[in-house]
Design a protein around this ligand. Structure first.
Ligand code: NAP
Length: 476
């Protein structure tokens, strides 16, 4: 069912589509397959609700968000179990994600109260200036499958705090997580039309309605750079505000003064986060020649210990990939790299024995002797393959790290403060972890530069994405 104007309704097409467990192939359930007509109805509901929602006090909006946070935390275990069955990540990671998703509700419940403008002195004695912030209007969100709950709240919480109403189209692989997330908003008592959900297998048709409908003033998208560019082009016709959180190709640099064992631990954790299916996963691991042997041995040993399987089972640390398309990409990246001289120190193949044959599992893999000619050096892998490149000096590695069209996350390991600061200043990435594999939080701005996106999510910057600034001049 779609959630439109405060009610669960069937799609206008009368059709449904299935959601499957990527670990077992089993059908988990079916959801309504919405079309442009449903998106239109959802936008109309959001428009009807906007007048009253945008004029509620920030204290009222904050109270709704606190309530949603409380309900989500109460449901944490159920939501996490659903996420593991629908998306595949190990249960412990799903619990973490639900916590992260709830963090956005809490943080923006608090920040809603700080939508401050300013007073600005004028050069004229008889003039005063002030700035004020007002909600941009109706926001439309398109979200990915890899973080199927937190990518909703990272958009919905600031939009609602700002006073916007919203329509969400989630990824077709994880619609059940979206439905359960909306039940949280429903129970929190948000007025009809303030939050609307259109599940659909027809992304293009829904996006077209979002882009061409004049009532939508803001599009927020998380997904691939390729689709992000289409959204940017489409939004240009009406100059709608956009936020784009897109792909990444993170460098992970281990300098000669770093502890290779500690760095290898960090690399294995962040590279295999969500089985490599996170936009902040390293895609090129650069290690200084003087410590390369030690680092590669430790990384390989840690990766060999990863336990692929059904994320609901105890001890599983690597879930399945989302679908066959992802499996094909892994095979292509590995065979291209091997053909051009890379060495596989562990993994490098699809897991086909039972119980893996029912799902989409790829063995956690480490590649060494990786060079810039290889596909994996350029393309986002989005899977459990760690490519290692040896370097000799700082200048060269900074150039190599920046040699990508992407600019989302980056990591460096060093015990030299001057080097850490200098390199952080020179890396062309929106997020930099210094000996830190999780430089993210609801309280800090998340986003990329170059072809990794436009705008920021989380933090005050994330709230400003849903607000228009006005200047008011007073002649006395
Ligand atoms: P995707 O194919 O771009 O899909 C993302 C969303 O866009 C889905 O809801 C999808 O719907 C929809 N979509 C697909 N084609 C569309 C089109 N032509 N017009 C409008 N919407 C369309 O990306 P994905 O493979 O699901 O997600 C992985 C990508 O997301 C990776 O590149 C990853 O780095 C990026 N990501 C970025 C961040 C970040 O914050 N920067 C966070 C997470 C993921 P369907 O599901 O129906 O195809």
């Amino acid at each position: 069912m779609l959630f439109i104007n405060g009610s669960w309704v069937p799609a206008s097409t009368g059709q449904m589509f299935e959601s499957r467990n990527p670990a077992t192939g089993e059908v988990l359930g079916s959801v309504a397959d919405g079309d442009a007509e449903d998106a239109r109805a959802a936008i109309a509901a959001a428009r009807a609700a906007f007048g009253s929602w945008s004029t509620t006090t920030v204290y009222q909006r904050s109270a709704f968000l606190y309530e949603a946070w409380r309900i989500m935390m109460d449901r944490r275990e159920d939501l996490a179990r659903l996420m593991t069955t629908e998306q595949g990540k190990p249960l412990r990671m799903s619990r973490n994600e639900v916590g992260y998703a709830a963090d956005f509700l809490l943080w923006f419940a608090e920040e809603a109260k700080r939508i401050y403008g300013a007073t600005i002195p004028s050069a004229r004695a008889d003039q005063r200036f002030m700035t004020m912030y007002q909600p941009v209007g109706i926001a439309a969100a398109i979200t990915p499958w890899n973080y199927p709950i937190s990518m909703l709240t990272r958009k919905m919480a600031p939009a609602l705090a700002a006073g916007c109403t919203i329509v969400v189209k989630p990824a077709k692989q994880t619609p059940l997580c979206a439905v359960e997330t909306f039940k949280v908003f429903e129970e929190a008592g948000f007025p009809a039309g303030v939050v609307n959900l259109v599940t659909s297998s027809r992304a293009r048709a829904i996006a077209h309605e979002f882009l061409t409908n004049r009532d939508v003033r803001k599009i927020t998208f998380t997904g691939s750079t390729e689709v992000g560019k289409e959204i940017a082009e489409g939004a240009a016709a009406q100059l709608k505000r956009i936020s784009l959180e897109l792909g990444g190709h993170a460098p992970f640099i281990v300098f000669e003064d770093a502890d290779p064992v500690h760095a290898a631990r960090g690399a294995s954790l962040v590279k295999f986060l969500n089985t490599g299916q996170a936009c902040i996963c390293p895609n090129r691991i650069f290690v200084h020649r003087s410590i390369a042997d030690r680092f590669i041995a430790e990384l390989t040993a840690r990766v060999e210990k990863l336990q692929p399987g059904n994320g609901l089972d105890d001890g599983v640390t690597a879930g399945p990939l989302i679908d066959e398309g992802a499996m094909e990409k892994m095979a292509a990246h590995v065979s291209d790299a091997k053909g051009k001289g890379a060495t596989v120190t562990t993994g490098g193949y699809r897991l086909t024995d039972p119980p893996f044959d029912a799902g989409t599992f790829y063995a956690p893999t480490v590649l060494t002797d990786v060079t810039p000619e290889m596909l994996i050096y350029r393309e986002e892998t989005f899977g459990p393959i760690a490519p290692v490149i040896v370097f000799d000096d700082d200048e060269a590695v900074i150039d190599m790290a920046n040699d990508t069209t992407y600019g989302l996350a980056s990591y460096l390991y060093t015990n030299n403060l001057k080097r850490a600061m200098t390199v952080a200043e020179r890396l062309d990435f929106g997020i930099i972890g210094v000996n830190d594999i999780n430089p993210t939080s609801a309280a800090v701005p998340f986003g990329g530069i170059k072809e990794s996106g436009v705008g920021r999510e989380g933090a005050r910057e994330g709230l400003l994405e849903y607000l228009d600034q006005k200047v008011v001049g007073f002649a006395l």
